[in-house]
Design a protein around this ligand. Structure first.
Ligand code: IFM
Length: 798
């Protein structure tokens, strides 16, 4: 069963059955202000922080997610009313036609009802803290129509906690007012507590008090003001507030009208000038086309044409979009992660930064510096921290958002965690992010930049990298395998503080990244030191972690091996086996066996499970994972994030058919027509899909806010299609299914554009016979070309 389709030409996903099993969301905005909205316009908007500076309210985890950013329409002759986005009125779907188009940083809602077609496009101009609703109505009938149009949104008390508790204060500290077409909203005690709402027209009515507009014992589906056809003109200092502007219209047959609603940050003065600007539709169009150009520039850096349509759609549009959404705001703003946490998670941010180095080098660099500041002198990262703790320029910003009635988040001093809070993998990911950034941009001088440590002192980025590697070198157990500390990548597999196979493999991978860099910049001394470290780690792994057919997952504090052939539960784990291979620790024989075991024990038609069989008996020596339902999340679900590690591992082995089998199984696009099983958005990777050990096998949960999008993009473009930058050349080293006759990639790298055409005449999966750059043979990678130039690259596999 399907609910929509991919419109690649417009880079939109079109939901033509709007009653999806769960909300299907989109992210609006690319700068300071961000809205998370569903296919029925439910959702919320925040300014910089979803935790401290929400603009509109959201009641999460409810049977219907409310409220949202709605437009009601009313036939003033009959009194009948409906909403453009289907909800909240929720007309009978057999009588009206609704559609939602989720595009890149905008959503467009459409409806057709009784000869009135209407659309509401919600977007946020590139550099203005303003949410804009571009509303168009048309009378397709043969008689004149008298209509009323109403906006609706509900203001927030600015903090997620304030919207959910202790109203004895907030209800009496928030106020609204109306004058000359502008609604103003304020939180009286907050220095930055002002918003406004206005429109391109002179309203015929308004309401600022939610309860006056909705009426007693009613909700957003049947507001009394819409039912009556008249707003009450309410506003007050104290209460719950909303933004309703009403316009009465007469539309002649064939006539259309365009209205703009605007929601923004600041006081009345800001509203006046923004209103003036966007009362001219040409400015609305310009802001919308600037946004399209923003995405065009990003997506244009890498476009693919392969025989796999799902891959093309995902890599060319949705995968990159998801990765950018993760890095632009935070990992914490969705309908599930409702914004109650903010800051940077060390491991997640490092991986997110690594995967968007090509599309967003500026943000990647910014994040690298922020993460270096969140590193301690000992070399471990603060698992979750606020960048403003360490950036004098940002300090004080969150403070001014804070309301007095909520317990403040801990200060920097309180949060300089002791090592017992550290996760063993966190900082290792940063090494790869730095290396990928330099490969992408060539900015080797980043290594010399001086950056502070979280607990005082400062050093170069290069020194930070060595501290990270040295920390993992020292934090080892009796066997020489890295200690798992509080947890490794798998938050729930704690091993009682034992040793983590995955982290030792990751350590090896990070050392390899560093060695490539130290050799490139000619640092002989460090190269020798870390070559020895690499050899030591490799030996410890191969001496202690091999189980015969696969690698174990770890060793508990009591010396018990986890993930062995003797285990009835948690026998095979994806993390250790994929990293053993991708890191280069496993020799070819073991690598093949390990990945064959992954295929044998973990493969399902919806992707690879994290571990199998799932744990059913609680065992605190292994960790919290054993207290998670079988087949769910970290216990045997198809956790999306590690799946691309398996594609990379298979690409390392040159097994393109296997890699593509794994790729296709997880690809949300491939479940577009199976939504009765998947339920969630087919244009976004979800954090996990229920595994075989759960009754809802195949059901996906937690869209957007997961490292899966970034890793899928990184793995597919760099290791399956094999186009990846090195420090001084662009490598083309594909690993594809044997039946692919070839594919094309357009890649912009260091300012030059490469049109890469790959041919596969002998039907191989791996191996490059020849490479030509503009008709001339090159060996190895493609050398750096002058910025602004265009090149043709022909690659023949064989
Ligand atoms: O690795 C973690 C991530 O940091 C947060 N989500 C769950 C993942 C696996 O535990």
């Amino acid at each position: 069963m399907r609910y929509g389709y991919f419109d690649n030409k417009n880079r939109e996903y079109v939901i033509d059955r709007v009653n999806t099993p769960v909300p299907w969301t989109n992210y609006i905005g690319v700068n300071d202000i961000c809205a998370v909205l569903s296919q029925t316009a439910d959702g919320y908007v925040f300014y910089q922080s979803p935790q401290y500076h929400r603009i509109t309210r959201f009641r999460p985890n409810a049977p219907i997610s409310r409220p949202g950013h709605y437009v009601y329409l009313r036939d003033d002759d009959t009194g009948e009313y409906w909403s453009i986005s289907w909800q909240p009125v929720g007309k009978d779907l057999t009588k009206a036609k609704y559609e939602c188009r989720h595009g890149l940083s905008y959503s467009k809602y459409r409806c057709d009802y009784q000869d009135i077609s209407a659309s509401q496009t919600v977007f946020i101009p590139l550099n203005e803290p303003v949410e804009l609703w571009d509303v168009v109505l048309k009378n397709n009938g043969t008689r004149p129509r008298r209509l009323s149009v109403y906006s609706y949104l509900e203001f927030s008390f600015h903090q997620i906690d304030m919207d959910n508790q202790n109203f004895q204060m907030s209800l009496y500290a928030s106020g609204s007012s109306y004058a000359d077409g502008i609604i103003e909203y304020d939180l009286y005690y907050e220095e930055l507590g002002y918003q406004w709402f206005t429109s391109s027209f002179e309203p015929d009515g308004f309401d600022c008090l939610r309860d006056s507009f909705l009426g007693a014992y009613r909700d957003e589906s049947n507001p009394v003001a819409v039912e009556k056809g008249e707003c009450s003109g309410s506003f007050e200092k104290t209460g719950n507030h909303c933004a309703v502007l009403q316009k009465k219209l007469v539309l002649q047959p064939g006539e259309d009208v365009r209205l703009t609603f605007l929601l923004g940050e600041g006081k009345r003065e800001a509203a006046v000038s923004v209103r003036k600007k966007y009362s001219d539709p040409a400015n609305v169009d310009k802001a919308f086309s600037d946004l399209a150009a923003f995405w065009e520039e990003k997506l244009g850096k890498l476009q693919v044409g392969t025989p796999n349509q799902g891959m093309n759609t995902s890599l060319n549009i949705w995968n990159l979009y998801q990765s950018e959404v993760n890095i632009l705001f935070s990992r914490f703003a969705s309908f599930v992660e409702v914004g109650g946490r903010t800051g940077l998670g060390f491991r997640d941010t490092s991986q997110d930064a690594m995967t968007i180095a090509s599309s967003n080098p500026e943000k990647c660099r910014k994040r690298i510096v922020e993460l270096c500041r969140g590193l301690t002198q000992q070399g471990y990262g603060l698992h979750l921290f606020q960048p403003e703790w360490f950036d004098p320029k940002l300090r004080g910003k969150q403070q001014s958002f804070k309301s007095p009635t909520v317990v403040p988040t801990p200060s920097r001093e309180e949060m300089i965690h002791s090592i017992k809070d550290a996760c063993s993998d966190d900082a290792l990911w940063l090494i790869a992010a730095i290396s990928e950034y330099i490969k992408e941009t060539g900015e080797v001088s980043l290594l010399d930049e001086t950056v502070t440590y979280a607990d005082g002192g400062e050093d170069t980025v290069y020194q930070h990298m060595m501290r990270i590697l040295d920390f993992s070198d020292k934090q080892v157990g009796a066997t020489g395998i890295c200690k798992g500390l509080r947890a490794d990548w798998n938050d729930c597999l704690n091993l009682g503080g034992g040793e983590s196979a995955m982290v030792s493999f990751l350590h090896y991978w990070a050392i390899r990244h560093f060695l490539d860099l130290s050799r490139f910049i000619g640092k002989t001394e460090e190269t020798e030191k870390y070559e020895k470290m690499a050899a030591k780690v490799k030996k410890a792994c191969n001496d202690n972690l091999w189980d015969g057919e696969w690698y174990i997952r770890g060793i508990t504090a009591n010396g018990r091996k986890i993930g062995t052939h003797n285990d009835q539960e948690g026998k095979v784990h994806i993390e250790s086996n994929t990293w053993a291979v991708f890191s280069g620790v496993a020799d070819p024989d073991r690598a093949v066996k390990a990945m064959d075991s992954v295929d044998k024990y973990l493969y399902t038609k919806y992707g690879l499970m994290l571990n199998a069989p799932s744990y059913t008996k609680s065992d605190d020596e292994i960790g919290f994972v054993t207290r998670v339902y079988p087949g769910v999340k970290e216990n045997g679900s198809i956790f999306s994030h590690p799946n691309p590690w398996a594609w990379c591992a298979e690409a390392t082995l040159g097994r393109g058919d296997r890699a593509m089998k794994f790729y296709n199984a997880l690809l949300p696009y491939n479940q577009n027509d199976e939504i009765e099983v998947r339920q969630s958005e087919p244009y976004s990777y979800c954090q996990f899909v229920m595994g075989k050990d759960h009754t809802a096998f195949g059901r996906a949960r937690h869209p957007f806010m997961t490292g899966s999008g970034g890793w899928a993009y990184f793995a597919a473009t760099r290791y399956l299609l094999g186009v990846r930058p090195d420090f001084d050349c662009l490598i083309v080293d594909p690993c594809i299914p044997k039946d692919w006759s070839g594919f094309d990639v357009t890649r912009v790298w260091r300012g030059a554009a490469y049109q890469i055409h790959v041919e596969n005449p002998s039907g191989v999966s791996k191996g490059v016979k020849t490479i030509e750059l503009d008709g001339k043979a090159v060996s190895g990678g493609i050398p750096v070309q002058k910025a602004g130039t265009q090149h043709r690259v022909k690659v023949v596999m064989g």
